[in-house]
Ligand binder design. Structure first.
Ligand code: NAP
Length: 412
């Protein structure tokens, strides 16, 4: 029962950061669901939230023009540095979906507020330091309170995490499994992603400290080799090589995705008694990889010093991003090669604009899944990966929403 001062939980989903570039796309995606939370079967109550009420009202008008049913969409003013506003928002929501980044800049306050206010939580971070810090601070609290805190529900890391799960499900049970994931994409970067990437590059030491604390911690999904049940989960050492089947050069991709896949493997028995994963990018030409490496090296070096870092941060501003035409020409595919016993399987997850169009879809479907599919989801709580929290139920939703999960080849 809510206390006298506690607001009613009147929203299935609240989008926090709705006036930002990605948040707006998530809001438009929900607006297009024709008011129904479960394929139209159940009415959906939702709200947009952010720090500027004028911007929120403008967004609400745009949504109403898109779909008149959006006249019932709520508007909540909330600020990361105003604790009471965060708790109030969480108390009104069953699920808070946040696109407010860089997440390492106080994003943990919202996780805390969701646990306090009794809401589940979904974000689109790809920042390893933030994810480790959320696990280190809130794993036990989230578990005890029955909350589901699910990071990385955008392109980082849903296609990789759910693609690996999908691949595991095509292989025999109860035997050691190894999977390699190969990502190809065409995409562009928003101001928010740029700010987050530069911030992460400047904080590599702090990030390492969080990872070390996560490994040492007593959480079921800790990053060490042994999972809590004694099963073995490890990183296959990736190496630069020409891949004949993929007709391209494959190179180690040091994004958060590999560690998310391995956390899922620690939490789900189906990945077998021993599970190894390696994560790669794919390029047709070796010189492109060299150019990419050199470019990243320069940006990384510039991100280490205050003045040059500020120069970089000024290059792309918050709120900017690829327009609809550019997004329409973007695409991604992740191929997985899985081996177990004598079976080999090749699978593929693919879709459109990875960074924004599909990220908005993935995050929105993850929030819808937590809000409306509760009866079909695993009975788990804590700081969770998408595969652990939602697994096949989310794969089903994403397939219906147009993402492709396919088996390309099976051989024995
Ligand atoms: N994992 C993925 O695949 C993926 C894909 C896309 C984006 N992302 C991440 O998502 C984040 C957002 O990206 P974006 O391009 O959408 O960024 P953006 O356009 O800059 O939007 C950021 C939003 O955060 C809000 N905000 C900032 N500080 C706030 C505060 N203190 N309190 C309340 N709201 C605050 C901003 O509010 P105002 O509108 O009032 O300024 C804005 O709505 C970035 O961290 C990016 O890296 C990840």
């Amino acid at each position: 029962m809510p206390s006298q001062n506690q607001p009613q939980r009147d929203c299935d989903i609240v989008i926090f950061g709705a006036t930002g570039f990605t948040g707006r796309l998530v809001a438009e995606y929900l607006a297009d669901q024709a008011g129904g939370g479960n394929g139209g079967a159940e009415p959906m109550r939702w709200a947009i939230a952010g720090r500027h009420s004028e911007k929120l009202e403008q967004l609400k008008n745009t949504l109403e023009q898109r779909n008149p049913a959006c006249s019932s969409v709520g508007v909540i003013q909330a600020e990361l540095h105003d604790w009471a506003s965060l708790v109030f928002m969480a108390q009104r929501a069953r699920v808070v979906l946040t696109t407010v980044g860089p997440f390492i800049k106080d994003g943990d306050r919202l996780v805390h507020a969701c646990i306090t206010g009794g809401a589940d939580y979904v974000d689109i971070t790809g920042e390893p330091e933030f994810v480790d810090s959320v696990i280190n601070q809130f794993y036990a609290q989230a578990r005890e309170s029955g909350r589901r805190i699910v990071n990385c529900c955008g392109f980082d890391s849903i296609p990789h995490d759910l693609g690996a799960l999908y691949t595991v499900e095509q292989l025999p049970e109860g035997v050691p499994i190894e999977i390699e994931g190969f990502v190809r994409s065409r995409g562009s970067v928003s101001g928010g992603t740029w700010q987050s990437a530069i911030t992460a590059m400047a904080r590599l030491r702090a990030s390492r400290r969080q990872t070390v604390a996560h490994r040492a911690g007593n959480t079921a999904d800790r990053s060490s080799t042994e999972s809590s049940s004694g099963r073995r989960v490890y990183a296959i050492k990736p190496r630069l090589r020409y891949h004949r089947d993929l007709k391209g050069w494959v190179f180690p991709l040091p994004t958060i995705d590999g560690s998310i896949v391995r956390r899922s493997a620690r939490g789900i028995e189906r990945y077998g008694p021993s599970f190894g994963y390696a994560h790669y990018g794919v390029s047709r030409a070796l010189h492109r990889i060299a150019m990419l490496g050199a470019g990243l090296g320069v940006v990384f070096a510039l991100a280490q010093l205050g003045p040059t870092r500020n120069f970089l941060l000024e290059r792309k501003k918050s709120g900017q991003g690829p327009d609809a035409r550019e997004r329409a020409s973007n695409w991604f595919e992740v191929k997985f090669v899985g081996k177990a016993d004598n079976t080999k399987v090749i699978t593929r997850v693919s879709g459109g604009d990875p960074g924004y169009g599909e990220t908005a879809k993935m995050a929105a479907e993850a929030a819808l899944c937590l809000a409306f599919d509760r009866d079909r989801l695993p009975d788990v709580a804590g700081v969770l990966t998408p595969a652990i929290a939602m697994g096949d139920v989310l794969i089903e939703r994403l397939q219906k929403a147009g993402l492709r999960f396919e088996v390309l080849q099976t051989s024995q």
